[in-house]
Design a protein around this ligand. Sequence first.
Ligand code: HEM
Length: 506
Amino acid sequence: MLALIITVIILSLIYYLTISKFNYWKQKQVLYPKPIPLFGNFKDYLLLRKCIFEVADDIYQKYPNEPYVGVFYGTEPTLIVKDPDYIKLILTKDFYYFNSRENSGYHDKEVALRNLFFTSGDEWKIVRQNLTPVFSSSKMKKMFHLIGICNGEFEKTLDKKANSTDTDLRTLMAGYTIDCISSCMFGVNSEAMNNEVNIFRKMGEAIFDSSTLRAYKNITRTIWPAIFYNLGQRLVVVEVMDFFQSLIESVFKEREYKESNRHDLIDFMINLKQKKYIHGESISKMYEQPKTISHKVDDDLITSQCASFFGAGHETSSTILALTLFELAKNPEVQDKAIAEVDAYFNKNGNLFYESVHETPYLYACFNEAMRLYPVLGVITREVMDDYTLPSGVSLHKGIRIHIPVYSIHRDPNYFPKPLCYQPERFLGEEKQNILPYTFMPFGDGPRICIGMRFAMMMMTSALMTLLRKYRVELAEGMPRELIYEPGGFTTQIGVKIRVKLIPRQ
Ligand code: HEM
């Protein structure tokens, strides 16, 4: 009998905890869909039936006229912000109040998370300030010869596949982007392009593991971080950090702990290591004077930043490259225009140069249109870092989560007419001027916008030019025209292989 009573008490307590915050939006008089215990409004995501952005999209469509909607991400109150003016406040204008992505109190639980993507506050700000010069235009230009070498290899790889009726673009492009990042960031030749069983590829797969177990780890960590870490769990497996630690150490040794003339991330990190401390401005409210602060540089910080560039950089860029080619294969008239631009460029310049990124606006538009349809982060997250009142008068407590439904906004016909059509012209000339601020955010926006954006565009444009110079693409036999997504992925992951025919041009 006693056992029964204790069981009932424990179950009642658990039940209470799963619903205890469900009055939050009612008290604030914010519209919200009815949540269910434990799952909140994200049951289909938590059961891995849909991606998080697909669930957010269902809610987005249900409340067409609201600037924001209250939801429960599992048990946690979260605001889905739909209105571009409110998004501007959150991402840029009132950035101080929203400077974290989420779970700001937990990034120090794993060495792997001590990087730009996961940290917040002063720690994030000072590292971001110090790392920003690594991705400047002038640094990109200096690195471009390394991208050129990778493109030479890429061309050879393509030539081996010439006339292939079934090329898996994601595998092909993952090899290319891993080689570019390894060369430009770490100064090593990873040889991933011609080798599908390769340690760098293995590390990439470990970071973006899309297994059910990993999906649940990711979900538990984002919604219930305290439970996740108290159970002794880790998001990133130890092998990944060990690998990057020994890789970086060996390159440091090879360069005798001195800067080389490669102008890559490792040169920058050697410099940081020598300085021992980095300095910068503290994060501060608009009306406060920022203070100058210092932050210690240790091996963990260096390893974690390097691993995060590898992780954040290769999967995103290779997926967008594959998806752009998928859309070009589906839309031959768009592909014709892209090829015409590539031919005109090579007729004029003869070879690939850094400037090609700026001299090929149609290719740029093709990438933008692919990223509009398939943003790598379908939901961008932020966390309220200090109590905040929205212009509507609704107050948000510290710790409340914010979800920006990028996927839905990119496909909203009010912002992009005929949203499901692939039309790169939207991003050219007058049409481009019609795009409202904060309705197109493939790289995010505000101070936390993707730091690798320029590098990604340089790497992707070069690959597309190398490929279209000699080949056309068509969908392979049986390749579906509509894609499905892999639920539970950290970034937008496509649930099928993207297969094309690689046809040599006459
Ligand atoms: C097509 C390629 C890429 C896409 C679409 C992309 C997209 C994004 C997005 C949406 C964010 C979040 C922005 C926000 O919260 O406002 C982000 C952040 C980030 N990305 Fe990228 N990314 C790409 C390539 C890269 C590359 C090549 C690197 C590095 C080599 C990189 C490194 C990072 C880092 C470190 C952050 C965190 C920045 C911060 O919080 O300060 N990304 N990226």
